[in-house]
Design a protein. Structure first.
Length: 405
């Protein structure tokens, strides 16, 4: 029956209204108490000013100022509706201007002051839309606010010709153009800042991934090699466990260094254990020789001691990655020759082994953040990295640009 349907609809509306009071997602966005207090203050000021400047002059000024107060005190939630609020303020202002021109409203003495405040408020709204609104909305609402602010002066000025009226309106619109330009400048600066932050985070993630791959993976592969050796040589189990413990400690140190990179505190970053460099190659060669059948023969020229910290760290990474690939892909290798020499402005690292891949034609780079990532990094900095088969073995050769310390 119709009346029962009406009752059910009424109860449904009541339940929907009560639902707005419950916690959870709201259909109506929350209102900041400061917004209400600001509107009350604007309304009281409008009532007081109406006695002096007239209601027709105070109405658009109060609407424009009220919109500014609402947006300024409402935060990002109010900015989402900035285009519609700016359109409301511009529509009220234009309606009052038309009323003055048609003689419906008559200006009184003192009406110019609220009009100036109204025009300045429209300038600010044009700048705010250019700063926060989407581009299409910013163009629409900014043009509307600027045009209405331009014709405001026609309430009290009767141009002798259409051309004169257009010139006066264009002059008053300059303020809106300046405000919009400032808003767009702030918008572009924020976009550049966000882009720089995103690029910095991406570079940090890549650096973390490289550290995990180059150092932690190498130490873990060493632990696996010692564990496998301990299974086949029971008499050396104690020594293998000791070496596994040492490799685990190095892996933990590498993880700690990587985690420290994620902190933004500069003091914490400087307190981190320095990254391995060329001075750590003898220890690396000794550990690798002790972990398997392949023995490392290390040769370093005296001139490499003057290499920069960055070049030294990249050289160490190259040797680590090459040795890790020997352990993974050439378990039958018996000799690995590591040579580090210095050429003019270039550090040359060569790692050669006498092993053959475990499967015919197998590639040793392994993908990921290994040799391909090092090659990409060196190419970007003016160096190069090559890896390929030799008669009876494999060679990795890196040319690293070096800046003397």
């Amino acid at each position: 029956m119709p009346w029962t349907r009406a009752v059910r609809q009424g109860f449904g509306s009541a339940r929907a209204g009560v639902g707005l009071l419950r916690p959870g997602p709201r259909i109506v966005p929350p209102v900041n108490p400061r917004q209400i207090l600001g509107l009350v203050a604007v309304a009281l000021g409008g009532v007081a000013g109406s006695a002096v400047a007239g209601a027709s002059a105070m109405l658009p000024a109060c609407v424009v100022v009220g919109v500014l107060v609402w947006v300024a005190s409402g935060g990002s939630g109010a900015r989402r509706h900035l285009m519609w609020l700016t359109g409301l303020a511009a529509a009220v202002s234009l309606a009052v201007t038309v009323a003055y021109r048609l003689g419906i409203a008559v200006p009184v003495r003192g009406a110019e002051l609220p009009g100036l405040a109204e025009s300045a408020g429209l300038f600010l709204l044009a700048g705010m839309t250019a700063r926060w609104s989407p581009v299409r909305q910013a163009v629409i609402s900014g043009v509307a606010a600027g045009a209405v602010a331009g014709v405001w002066s026609l309430r009290f000025f009767a141009p002798a010709s259409v051309l004169e009226g257009v010139g006066v309106a264009a002059f008053w619109s300059i303020g809106a153009l300046i405000a919009a330009g400032i808003g767009m400048s702030l918008r572009f600066q924020e976009a550049r800042r966000l882009r720089a932050v995103a690029e910095s985070r991406a570079a940090l993630r890549l650096q973390v991934a490289r550290d995990l791959h180059d150092f932690v993976a190498h130490d873990i592969s060493e632990m696996l090699a010692h564990a496998q050796a301990g299974q086949f040589v029971p008499t050396g189990a104690a020594d293998a466990l000791q070496r596994i413990e040492q490799a685990g400690q190095r892996a933990m140190a590498a993880l700690d260094r990587t985690v420290q990179m994620l902190h933004h505190d500069e003091d914490a970053a400087t307190a981190t254990t320095p990254a391995p460099s060329l001075t750590d190659l003898p220890e690396l060669a000794e550990r690798f020789s002790a972990s398997g059948r392949a023995q490392v023969r290390l040769t370093m020229a005296d001139a490499v001691a003057g290499a920069s910290r960055e070049a030294s760290a990249i050289a160490y990474r190259t040797v680590v990655e090459a040795l890790t690939n020997v352990r993974r892909h050439a378990p039958g290798a018996t000799l690995v020759e590591v040579t580090v020499t210095a050429e003019p402005e270039v550090l040359v690292v060569t790692v050669t082994d006498d092993g053959v891949p475990s499967r015919t034609g197998e590639q040793r780079d392994g993908g990921g953040f290994g040799l391909p990532a090092l090659a990409e990094h060196l190419t970007a900095s003016g160096g190069d990295l090559t890896a390929g088969a030799l008669p009876g073995g494999w060679e990795v050769r890196a040319r690293i640009p070096v800046a003397r310390r």
